[in-house]
Each structure stands twice: as C-alpha cells, then as structure tokens.
Design a protein around this ligand. Structure first.
Ligand code: SAH
Length: 395
C-alpha cells in the first residue's frame, strides 16, 4: 500500500487507538505531514514519533479511519487477508448454508474495514463505499474478493453513489467491476426465495439484517392476520405466509417497493387471495383502523441519521408505536424495530414504554432482537450496533 503521509496525534490521544477504536477525530490531531488528499493511506503516530496504525485519511470530523493497528505497514495482500478474516467469521457463524445463500461479507468497523460494506448474493458481491479511501481502493477490493471467493463469485457490482460524501457522489462510478450479473437475481434465505436488484433497489438491493428476525416472525404467524409495515421487498410478509398466516397485508410508501413485494409473493407461489399490498404512508394506514391485526411488524427506515435529529426521531418512534398498539388485537404480537444508530437500545426501549402508556395497553416483552452474526459489532467499536427490536405481547 502506498502511504502518502503522516498524522501526528496530540499528547495522550493515543489511548483510544491503543484500545483499538478505529476513528481518529480531528480534535485529537496535532499535525499532519505530507501532501494529504481525501482517501489517501496515512500513518498514525504519537507525538513522540511512535507508529500506532495505518488508515484512510479524509478531511472532516473523523479524519482517519484505521484499517491496520500496529507498526507494520499494510502490504499489497492487505485486502485479501482482511476479506479472508471476514469470510472465516461468516463460516464460524454457519453461513452460507444450503437454505441461505446471501449474507453480509463485510460490515465496516465490525470487520476492521471502516467505510466498507460488502453484501454477497449467491455469486454476486455488491460493494458499497462510505469513505473516499474505500472508493479509491474499489478495484483492489474487487480483485481481493475474486481471490478470496474464487469460483463462488462471478460478479462484483460497485454501488456507492448514495453513500459517499458529496464530492465523489457527483462522479458516478457505480457499475460492474467484474462480470455482468443479471437483475433481478434470485437468492435463498432460510429457503424463502427473494428477487434482488442491486442496480435499482435500495441500499445494496436487499435488507439482509432482518434474516433471523423474519424467521422468528414465522413462529407467531400461523393462522393470524399479519400486518407488515415498511415492507420494502416483503421479507417479513413472505415468512408469515410460508408459516400459514391467515392473511398478510404489506404496506410501504414506495410504489416500487410494493411492486417488489408483489413479485416476491408470486415467486414463492402463495395464494394471492391471502395477501394484499398498499402503497401508502404507514401513519396514514394505521389511522382509525379497527382492531383487526393479530401481528404487526414496524420496521421503519432510520428516523435519525445524526445526533441532532435524535429528539425528532424519538418522537417518530413513539407516535408509530402508539398508533400500532392502539389498533392491535388483544393478545397481539408487535415486532418493533429501530435501525437508527444514534437511538440506543435503552432509549428505544424507553420510547416504546412511553408508547404503551400513551396507548393505554398492558405490554410484555417476549424478545429483545438485534442484528445477525454477519453484521458483527467489534467490542472496540460499540457504535457498530444499530439494529434494535422488541417482540411485544400486547394485552
Ligand atoms: N422491512 C424491510 C426493510 C424496511 S426499509 C425488509 O425486511 O426488507 C424501510 C422501508 O420503509 C423502505 O422500503 C421505504 O420505502 C419505506 N418507508 C419509508 N417511509 C415510509 C412511510 N412513512 N410509510 C411507509 N413506508 C415507508
């Protein structure tokens, strides 16, 4: 790897690096040496000149994202070795299987690769960069992927327009780095079939992070009236129907998402009579509804992306959960989620408690849910935990 310069930390600011936290904030930096540009590889050292780590430089509040701790300079095998580590973790977690051939291969900081997301869809990898450094290294990453995954990979698609900071976002680089997959592409998740369209779909094309929570929904769905709000490609709906729900209603504000849900229902050959889709706002949909649903899923997009919008987000979660609790049948089951990283587990829990009070319902917690093993959280980087969920019994 070519190292373009040096970042010298202020005295005492090495502590977080020694604890392996991967971010260097601008306030911790004493000086920078070399002609540094966004995305360059840099060496990070103490004020006494001791080398601590190497990482990607990017002007902004997080100035360095560390990719390699310790004094040795990362060599050209760096990405191969990191992707191998990531794959080993997935194998340890039992992925893939004959029933599940899609998983997240790289989850940013959780895999020691801040700024990088890679999802694997049965033969196709979708690479998403969240930093200039990962954007610059995309070809190297694609090569390393082909090395590590061998014959189980035929296509690498790069998709970062929506996730990169402004400057690069304007230079469209999205496209195939290798191969030419055909969209939509069919994947298997716990034996359920789903179409994935990485070119046109949201994020990398599919929300892999709800895999285990969808499976749990199946346990509650037999013979029930199920409402899946914020359904996107209909993941929860497919599981509920497969588990013999009496009927499933899917709601999403996006027409495109509803179309995808319809296609996935057909792909799994369910009786169309048992499923209905509505393209509308969930809040509108829940307004003045009769007690009709036994099971409701609330999986909204992140209501807060930054700390300054956290208060508004909490109000949103409270209103949404209150509305759902008002209309759910007595003895009903509510699956409620938040994927806002800035709303932590406790805050989300407290918000749902206040929704229960507001709705005047007696509520018991059956399960605490989170993101699955292929979205690991490094203990040095607790900020990596983002998905929180509760399964509630509403009396
Ligand atoms: N539950 C899905 C993922 C949800 S992503 C799954 O398992 O795959 C969030 C979805 O919420 C997106 O599809 C988006 O179109 C939809 N959405 C955003 N705001 C909405 C609103 N106010 N009402 C209904 N859907 C909304």
């Amino acid at each position: 790897m070519t190292i373009s310069g040096k970042v010298v930390l202020k005295q005492g600011r090495e502590q977080s690096v020694l604890r392996k936290h991967p971010w260097i904030f601008s306030g911790g930096i004493a000086s920078t040496g070399g002609n540094l540009g966004d995305g360059d590889w840099v060496e990070v050292c103490t004020d006494k000149g001791q080398t601590l780590a190497y990482g990607h430089y990017q002007q902004g509040s997080i100035t360095v994202r560390i990719l390699s701790f310790g004094p040795s300079q990362p060599d050209r095998h760096f990405y191969v070795s990191k992707l191998n580590d990531a794959l080993q973790l997935r194998h340890a977690a039992g992925l893939p299987t004959s029933a599940t051939n899609a998983f997240r291969l790289v989850h940013g900081e959780g895999d020691g690769l801040p700024g990088l997301i890679i999802d694997y869809y049965d033969g196709v990898s979708v690479v998403q960069a969240h930093s200039y450094g990962m954007h610059n290294d995309r070809e190297l990453i694609a090569k390393a992927l082909l090395d590590v995954l061998g014959t189980s990979l035929h296509t690498v698609y790069y998709k970062s327009r929506a996730t990169l900071p402004g400057k690069v976002r304007e230079t469209p680089a999205d496209g195939y780095l290798s191969g030419m997959g055909v969209v939509p592409h069919i994947i298997l998740e716990h034996q359920h079939k789903f179409y994935v369209d990485w070119e046109e779909g949201q994020k990398t094309g599919f929300f892999l992070d709800q895999r285990e929570n969808r499976k749990l929904l199946a346990d509650f769905s037999n013979g029930k009236n199920v409402l899946n709000t914020f359904c996107y490609t209909g993941g929860f709906s497919v599981y509920a129907l497969k588990a013999d729900a009496r009927l499933v209603h899917s709601v999403d504000a996006s027409e495109k998402a509803i179309e995808l849900t319809r296609k996935n229902i057909a792909l799994n050959c369910f009786d169309p009579e048992t499923h209905a889709c509505t393209a509308t706002d969930t809040f509108e949909f829940l307004k003045n509804k009769e007690a009709f649903y036994d099971v409701i899923v609330l999986d909204p997009p992140a209501f807060a992306k930054h700390r300054d919008s956290r208060h508004q987000a909490v109000k949103g979660y409270q209103r949404l959960n209150t509305e759902a609790m008002k209309v759910i049948r007595r003895g009903g089951i509510l699956f409620t989620f938040s994927c806002s990283q800035v709303v932590d587990r406790q805050l989300f829990y407290d918000t749902v408690v206040s929704a229960a009070i507001q709705a005047g319902r007696d509520v018991k917690v059956l399960h605490h849910l989170t993101q699955p093993a292929d979205h690991p959280v490094s203990m040095s980087h607790p900020e990596g935990e983002y998905l929180k969920g509760l399964v509630l019994y509403v009396v």
